[in-house]
Design a protein around this ligand. Structure first.
Ligand code: UGA
Length: 434
């Protein structure tokens, strides 16, 4: 497994838990050193225990030496980052190609080379070309096997996926992949969908873009709800019970963030542009979501009466979603910037995100607890729905706040509950309260 980011480390740990022998490789010596000490370089619930037990069982090991990982491997997974390239939104494939070349130079047999990183259509062809150049007689095959796990629920998602997608027309390579994923099909019925390689590469982007569209759709409906006196949570339930729509990914909020949807939608648009096939729905989604994150800051300012100069805002949750320390494209970044630009002071509490957040939010005062973030503030804003914020003592919050205002951008609390505690309440997609 080349790369020990979210996807690589979780996949490696889970494959070893299935009983396979896994070597995780990363160039970053600090990460490998941490892993040797049993310290996870990322925050992901359950991962430390899973890694520890498989290391103990002798099935999982870590190294900076790629040759050690590649030699004798039946399959080599490329799970390195594919960040957005500055300027044009295209996925930066330099890490993928560098890994492919290094793998080629160290192959000792006809391994199956699997791209697990999210890569644009046609990347597998280029990896194949690199193999042909640097390991011409290896007999290695290139397969696409995108990963659909979510941060924060990564192990569960990996072990109980809705489907596994494997893109290759080569029968021998399909057999290797079947064997690797066999524990899943024994376990439950996760169908393996075999497709062509380009199709598989596109499935990943189409899936993420569709989910981004779904979230953005309900976010726009939420805005309409506020204007017409409807409740978006009830609308979401009302449409989601239709099996054709489905109830998941219909939680209105401050806009999607994270390491995947923003980057993958841009990369898909780049592919679409290159092929002169515009994807207008995805284009609109990207624009609406960007605008929404900024608009959330204005929403808070409006709830506070329009002028926040000299005021203090307490923010609960900074990471782009709960159960992760990931701050990439987090809505909190735009919201805090809007509040600070308007002259407010921001204090914030996040259960896991401080370390990542600190350098990105240099003017924010970091509080020790949700209650400390509320103390003396003119409003408390829920930005990320960590479980720890679901059962706050709202009476205590009210007594700590200077001005009793709760802006709940994730609809964690029913308005009536907040109002019973004496708080003025503003949610997302809720009828205006008098
Ligand atoms: C996403 C996909 O869900 C995974 O299937 C995929 O494997 C992953 O990207 C990837 O390509 O690596 P992730 O970014 O970890 O996973 O997180 P999600 O749970 O999908 O949430 C993304 C964003 O959408 C978050 O900001 C979240 O708050 C927001 N969201 C999600 C909503 O605002 N409403 C919803 O109903 C769901």
């Amino acid at each position: 497994m080349i790369g020990t980011g979210y996807v690589g480390l979780v996949s490696g740990a889970c494959f070893s838990d299935f009983g396979h022998e896994v070597v995780c490789v990363d160039k970053d010596a600090r990460k490998i050193e941490l892993l040797h000490q049993g310290v996870m370089p990322i925050y992901e619930p359950g991962l430390d225990a899973l890694v520890a037990s498989n290391v103990r069982a002798g099935r999982l090991s870590f190294t900076t030496d790629l040759a050690e990982g590649v030699k004798d491997a039946d399959a080599v997974f490329i799970a390195v980052g594919t960040p957005s390239r500055r300027g044009d939104g295209h996925a930066d494939l330099s890490y993928v190609f560098a890994a492919a070349r290094e793998i080629a130079e160290n192959l000792t047999k006809g391994s199956v080379i699997v791209t697990k990183s999210t890569v644009p259509v046609g990347t597998g062809d280029e990896v194949e070309r690199i193999l042909a150049e640097f390991a011409p007689n290896s007999g290695a095959k290139v397969v696409s096997n995108p990963e659909f796990l979510r941060e924060g629920a990564a192990i569960e998602d990996f072990k109980r996926p809705d489907r596994v997608v494997v893109g290759t027309d080569d029968e021998d390579a399909r057999d290797v992949m079947r064997a690797i994923y066999r524990p899943l099909s024994l376990n439950q019925s996760a169908p393996i969908l075999f497709t062509g390689r380009r199709t598989s590469e596109l499935i990943k982007y189409a899936a993420n873009a569709f989910l981004a569209v779904k979230i953005t759709f309900i976010n726009e409906i939420a805005d309409l709800c506020e204007e017409v006196g409807a409740d978006v949570q009830e609308v979401a339930r009302g449409i989601g019970l239709d099996n054709r729509i489905g109830s998941k990914f219909l939680h209105a909020g401050p806009g999607y963030g994270g390491s995947c949807f923003p980057k993958d939608t841009l990369a898909l648009l780049k592919t679409a542009g290159d092929n002169e096939t515009p994807l207008r729905i995805v284009e609109a989604t990207v624009q609406v979501n960007d605008a929404r994150k900024r608009a959330m800051g204005r929403k808070v300012i409006k709830a506070m009466g329009g002028d926040v100069r000299g005021k203090t805002v307490g923010v609960l949750g900074l990471t782009f979603k709960p159960n992760t320390d990931d701050m990439r494209d987090a809505p909190s970044l735009s919201i805090v910037a809007a509040l600070e630009d308007a002259g407010a002071t921001v204090k914030a509490y996040d259960p896991e995100g401080f370390e990542q957040a600190r350098p990105l939010l240099p003017n924010v005062e970091f509080s020790e607890s949700a209650y400390a973030a509320a103390e003396g503030a003119d409003a408390l804003v829920i930005v990320t729905e960590w479980d720890a914020f679901r059962a706050l003592d709202l009476g205590r919050i009210k007594s700590l706040l200077k001005t009793p205002l709760l802006v709940d951008l994730r609809n964690v609390y029913p308005a009536a509950e907040a109002e019973r505690a004496g708080l003025k309440f503003v949610g997302i997609g809720k009828p205006k309260r008098s």
